[in-house]
Structure formats: C-alpha cells, structure tokens
Design a protein around this ligand. Structure first.
Ligand code: MN3
Length: 228
C-alpha cells in the first residue's frame, strides 16, 4: 500500500515536471525551503516564513506554470526570460519575477548567519561603497525607501562593480525594464507580507534584523561567479 502510494506520488511529480517543461526536463521547480520555518527566529518568525513560502511563493510558481503553458516560454529557465521581459506578458513578469526572487531570497538567508562578508567580496564592497557600514546604510535606504511593494538588491554591473538598487513589485535587476541592470547577489523582500505579522509598519526594523540572517558565504559564491 505505502509502496503504491509512493509510486503514485512519484509519477504525479514526474507528470507535473514534464507538463511544466514540455520536454520532460523540469525547467520550473518549486524547490523546498532550505531550512525549517522557524530556523530564522527571532529575526523572521515561523508564521511569516510558512505563509510566505507555502502561500505567496507557491502562488507565484503556480501562476508562472500556467502563464507559460503551451507557449514558446515553456521549458525555458525563468531567468532566461528576464532579458526580454518587456516583450512578454505581464503575468510572466510578475510571477516569473515572484518565483525567481523568492528562490533567490530563501537562499540569501541561513540560520546562524549574519556577521560580515570576507575576502574578495568584502574588498569589492569596500571598493564600491567605502566601507561595509556605508554599504549597509545604502542598502537599508534602498529597502526602506522603496515606495509600496518591492525589493532592494546588491548587484554586480557589466563592469564587475557592485551597486545597490531597488525595484518595484516582483521586478529584479536581470530584467530589461529596470533602471540599472546587473546580476543580483543579495536581495531583500520588502513587501508587507514579508514582515507585517512581526514588525507591522516598522519596515526599517525588519530590514535591520535581516542582517542577522544574511548568508554571506552564499553571497560570496554568487559574487565569485560574476568575476569569471
Ligand atoms: Mn514575498
């Protein structure tokens, strides 16, 4: 009985992956959260994590799968769509951004993290911003100053230099619709759904707490990948 159930679930999962890609290769994957819902307590509370991941992110993913089904976009990695997102349906921009940004965000954080970056990443931050503290100030200002819903980013431009920016809604620096394009290496979600249960209207307190969960080794890996 349990083997049959497992087999059925496995088949259903393969069917979904095939339907999403159109080629049998799972181009769109709703990855498991890389830690438990309560792993980032007390900075990000378990209830917020659970709703954010299992309701908000899941909905972006489901709507993205629907938006690309039966089109030439099916089977493509979502980030492959961003350089020409201005020409694609708004549902792909919003839900493709929503899916990619959240996957990126979950992996930007880790339990027992925070502290300061090291090595080449720290050197690049100091070169572009003067100091780590000055970078934090600019990143917080971008996050707190974003009017309405959106994101703040640390990204690498075409010359390999770091910059801070913010984008509205589910846009990100990989898209051809943003003011300054680049490859993001850190991002923070400043939609109210990311912090309202714990911080209410105090977005600045949430952003300031975010530093305690930043996964700097992962950010450093992303930075190194842009320098090759
Ligand atoms: Mn969100």
């Amino acid at each position: 009985m349990s083997m049959n159930m497992t087999g059925l679930i496995g088949l259903a999962a393969i069917g979904l992956a095939a339907a999403a890609s159109g080629q049998g290769a799972p181009a769109l994957v709703f990855e498991p959260l890389p830690y438990a819902y309560d792993a980032l307590e007390p900075y990000i509370d378990a209830q917020t994590m659970e709703i954010h991941y299992s309701k908000h992110h899941q909905a972006y993913f489901n709507n993205l799968v629907k938006a690309v089904a039966g089109t030439a976009m099916e089977g493509k990695a979502v980030e492959a769509l961003f350089p020409e997102i201005s020409k694609l349906p708004v549902a792909v921009r919003n839900n493709g951004g929503g899916h990619w940004n959240h996957t990126f965000f979950w992996n930007s954080m880790a339990p027992n993290a925070g502290g300061t970056p090291e090595g080449a990443l720290l050197a690049a931050i100091e070169k572009s911003f003067g100091s780590f503290d000055e970078f934090k100030k600019q990143f917080e200002a971008a996050a707190v100053g974003r009017f309405g819903s959106g994101w703040a980013w640390l990204a690498v431009d075409a010359n390999g230099s770091l910059f801070v920016s913010s984008t509205p809604n589910q846009d990100n620096p990989l898209m051809d619709v943003v003011e300054k394009r680049g490859t993001p290496i850190l991002g923070v979600d400043v939609w109210e759904h990311a912090y309202y249960l714990k911080y209410q209207n105090l977005r600045a307190s949430y952003v300031s707490a975010f530093w305690n969960v930043v996964n700097w080794p992962e950010v450093a890996k992303r930075y190194a990948a842009t320098q090759q």
